[in-house]
Design a binder for this molecule. Structure first.
Ligand SMILES: [Zn+2]
Length: 169
């Protein structure tokens, strides 16, 4: 998503639209539709304070049943855009400043801010639903395997279990 400081007016303004986050999308989960955003911008002279709320739908793979499912993210973040003053090139990043522009580069791509926010929100173990029962293997009743995949091998491959069953009898 690009903010063009050339056309951001002084005072309060709102930007709404959709974006496919071109510059960072290769490293994100697959989009099912473009991200819709609403950006509230407060500009005071050269600086702009931006608060973005957005919604996106991505395709994730369930960690239990391995099926793909749509995952919706609703989130928001804030950032500050400042003008970079060419005369002081050793300007240290001051607190809370996220993006700089100058008079030759007034279009600022804030997609990396979306990227950070989305990646922080993606669950480590995505589930298609809290009650997902996992993979249905070999006609067994749905077994919840959780994250222990070795369990799967034991149940289906290891013939020594048969011997154990006989012993029990
Ligand atoms: Zn599932």
């Amino acid at each position: 998503m690009i903010i063009n400081m050339q056309i951001v007016p002084e005072g309060h303004s709102t930007l709404t639209g959709t974006t496919n986050l071109e510059s960072v999308k290769a490293d994100l989960p697959t989009f099912l539709e473009e991200i819709s955003y609403n950006a509230e911008i407060d500009r005071m002279e050269a600086n702009a304070y931006v608060h973005v709320t957005f919604k996106g739908i991505f395709e994730l793979q369930c960690s239990r049943c391995l099926n793909d499912f749509p995952w919706t993210v609703n989130s928001d973040f804030s950032l500050i855009i400042k003008e970079r003053i060419a005369s002081c090139s050793v300007q240290s990043d001051s607190d809370g400043v996220d993006f700089y522009y100058d008079n030759r580069h007034e279009q600022i791509d804030i997609s990396p801010a979306f990227f950070d926010e989305i990646m922080l929100s993606v669950p480590l173990k995505p589930l298609c639903s809290e009650s997902c029962e996992g993979i249905d293997i070999n006609g067994l009743k749905n077994v919840s395997l959780g994250n222990d995949e070795k369990l799967l091998e034991n149940k289906t491959i290891d013939p020594r279990w048969d011997a154990l069953k006989k012993l029990k009898k």
